[in-house]
Write a protein that binds this ligand. Structure first.
Ligand SMILES: *Cc1c(COP(=O)(O)O)cnc(C)c1O
Length: 346
């Protein structure tokens, strides 16, 4: 039985070309700055994203942590969304390891945080308060249905930050999905932020790795922070070789993932007992709800599992589905068929 794994775009396997690039990669010790393949990837990523420099890190989680720790000192404060991956799903790294205070504000359904709420949250100079240092945004916004933030919104937040001498960090784990969905050059989404990360290991299908991007000065500091966290690795060309293919070859096809997600979402609207807010589906992430009481959520997952479909439960009766390189148009058909069958059999 074919397994259709829709839990995340992190399940994507490296392409044949990536495996060959890994095999052939020129290698050296990256802690000495001597891995030629990693140096090439870092230069490529920085140029593509429109920043002076970049740094390979093992994961998006480490990338966000490296950036927050580089921007902030102990006792300082970060403003971020209450639905953000950094707040919800990164094990509280900023406070655990950095003594940094997260100040959460509500994410709107489109993944934005209202400018007036950010402005009101920025602390004045008062001995009682932590010092606000950084604002974090997320694009696309994972929990907010993979919603893409626009260049205008990001520029607006950055302008507010500048007025208060704050920095802006962007968790751009899926920044290329945002650029593709909005039809803009990715540089428009990054031009006004001080630092960002993006993942090679999600929709771009590389096996490992994320990139931290910023000014040369910031990246030099981030390199130290990465070392502190144990993220200084040796012959990283093994990882970077696949990362280069990810940047060269895998970006164009993200629109297929968005079309597949759209078609899957449209199919779900027609299935009795399931409910989906189709207007919110703009990239490769879908959330939908089980509204029928004929089937318990755990049973729903089990029944789909028996038909080879894997998805993620993210709430009492809410599920997440992510399309990616491993999911073709025929898999969308098979998934819709399985969903229909499971609901009919209930
Ligand atoms: C996946 C993800 C991360 C973290 O990436 P890992 O490589 O899994 O640590 C960060 N932010 C967002 C929005 C993500 O979806």
């Amino acid at each position: 039985m074919k397994i259709i794994d829709l839990r995340s775009d992190t399940v994507t396997l490296p392409t044949q070309e990536m495996r060959e690039a890994i095999y052939r990669a020129d290698l050296g010790d990256d802690v000495f700055g001597e891995d030629p393949t990693t140096n090439r990837l870092e230069k490529m990523a920085a140029e593509l994203i429109g920043k002076e420099a970049s740094l390979l890190v093992p994961s998006g989680t480490m990338g966000n942590l490296v950036c927050v720790l580089t921007h902030c000192a102990r006792g300082e404060e970060v403003i971020l969304g209450d639905q953000s991956h950094t707040f919800l799903n990164e094990a509280g790294g900023m406070s655990t390891l950095g003594g940094i205070h997260p100040h959460i504000l509500p994410n709107q359904p489109d993944g934005t945080i209202r400018l007036e709420e950010i402005a009101a949250a920025i602390r004045g100079d008062n001995v009682h308060f932590p010092r606000t240092r950084l604002i974090c945004l997320e694009n696309t916004h994972n929990r907010c249905y993979g919603s893409p933030l626009t260049p205008e919104y990001i520029d607006g937040v950055a302008e507010l930050a500048r007025r208060h001498s704050l920095s802006v960090h962007l968790d751009g784990a899926r920044i290329f999905n945002a650029a593709v969905a909005l039809g803009v050059n990715v540089k428009e989404l990054t031009r006004s932020v001080d630092s960002l990360i993006f993942c090679l290991s999600k929709g771009l299908s590389a096996p490992v790795g994320s990139m931290v991007c910023g000014t040369s000065e910031f990246i030099a500091e981030a390199r130290r922070t990465r070392k502190v966290l144990g993220g200084g690795m040796r012959q990283t060309g093994i990882i970077a070789g696949a990362g280069i293919i990810a940047l060269e070859k895998m970006m164009e096809r993200l629109k297929e993932d968005h079309l597949n997600a759209r078609r899957l979402a449209e199919g779900i609207t027609k299935i009795p007992g399931l409910s989906i807010d189709i207007e919110r589906i703009k990239t490769n992430i879908i959330y939908f709800d089980l509204t029928s009481d004929r089937l318990k959520p755990a049973e729903f997952i089990t029944q789909l599992g028996k038909k080879g479909i894997k998805l993620l439960g993210t709430g009492p009766s809410r599920f997440r589905v992510v399309t990616h390189y491993g999911i073709g148009s025929e898999d969308v058909d098979a998934t819709l068929l399985a969903l229909n069958q499971v609901m009919e059999e209930a």
